[in-house]
Design a binder for this molecule. Structure first.
Ligand SMILES: Nc1ncnc2c1ncn2[C@@H]1O[C@H](COP(=O)(O)OP(=O)(O)O)[C@@H](O)[C@H]1O
Ligand SMILES: [Mg+2]
Length: 278
């Protein structure tokens, strides 16, 4: 466990350099809000990086920049060494909100991305069924989203993301709405799937336990405005990990304390700001 230095050899899977995002108020165009300022963030191929920070600090903003859904006001974004233009085609996303199409069955949801890419139906179906099995939903392909539990819907969303075999996986608080047991099961499943394919992951969360348990590296963002990384920690706990068990290990607890000492003040600042706004 030590403060990290970013891997420097080879092109990063995703690299943000000097990224600043300033939003113009819709009601008053003279009013500007700089959510993140001068952010450097590199994720190596195969690396699992979590970004933690208080609510409203700019985590989703950074993920959207990496996804190519939001163009930064200034700064550079590169994907495997190439400047990112438009939507990041090397990345798959999983967001906090439900992203399933309610009118499609679980299988049809999982197949959708392949179909949009022009893969023939029979082949898309076969791969869709395989992915449903991988996320533990083998017999549930014909169910519609409303017939599935919250955890099952998340599994479908996971299969929907991974079936496209993205080189970069972007996850924005994907499990925060789940109860703790379901959440830990999902976290372990994600780790297992990740271990099998070793894609670069940018995982956004406000939950420090989750960040440490899952990641190779944890980046701490300051409270906004002008949020930026204020700490970076390597998590060199052995893998495979069980996210529930790992929390009890002395190394985990020590690292948690170390990161929390940096994060705590930012969370309090973020909370104070939210109260002011409310
Ligand atoms: N499109 C937008 N227009 C104006 N303000 C925005 C926009 N997107 C985000 N913000 C503001 O930027 C800040 C960071 O938002 P966000 O990245 O969603 O935070 P987090 O994901 O860390 O909770 C917030 O204060 C939010 O209100
Ligand atoms: Mg967010």
């Amino acid at each position: 466990m030590s403060t990290a230095s970013t891997p420097s050899s080879g092109a990063a899977a995703l690299s943000l350099e000097g990224v600043t995002c300033t939003f113009v108020s819709r009601d008053d165009p003279g009013q500007r809000y700089t959510a993140v300022r001068d952010v450097d963030l590199r994720i190596a191929p195969g690396e699992f990086v979590s970004v933690v920070g208080p609510t409203g600090c700019g985590k989703s903003t950074l993920l959207n920049v990496g996804a190519g859904l939001l163009e930064p006001s200034t700064g550079k974004v590169e994907v495997f060494g190439q400047p990112l233009k438009g939507v990041n085609a090397r990345a798959g996303y999983m967001f906090q909100a439900e992203a399933l199409m309610p009118w499609r069955s679980a299988l049809a949801n999982v197949m959708a991305g392949l179909q949009f890419r022009g893969v023939p139906d029979a082949q898309a179906r076969e791969q869709g069924e395989e992915w449903l099995r991988r996320v533990g939903l083998g017999g549930f392909g014909d169910r519609y989203p409303h017939q599935l539990s919250g955890g099952m819907r998340k599994r479908v969303a996971l299969a929907q993301t991974l079936i496209l075999d993205p080189d970069i996986i972007l996850m924005d608080e994907p499990f925060s709405a789940l109860d703790i047991q379901t959440r830990q099961l999902m976290e372990n499943e994600v780790l297992e799937l990740w271990a099998a394919s070793r894609k670069a992951v940018l995982f956004i969360t406000h939950d420090l336990d989750e960040a440490i348990a899952m990641s190779d590296r944890v980046v701490v963002l300051s409270a906004g405005p002008a949020s930026h990384p204020i700490g970076e920690f390597v998590v060199d706990l052995p893998r495979p990990r069980d996210v529930a068990e790992i929390r009890t290990q002395p190394e985990f607890i020590a690292l948690h304390e170390q990161i929390w000492s940096v994060l705590r003040e930012e969370v309090l600042k973020g909370y104070a700001q939210q109260k002011r706004v409310a």
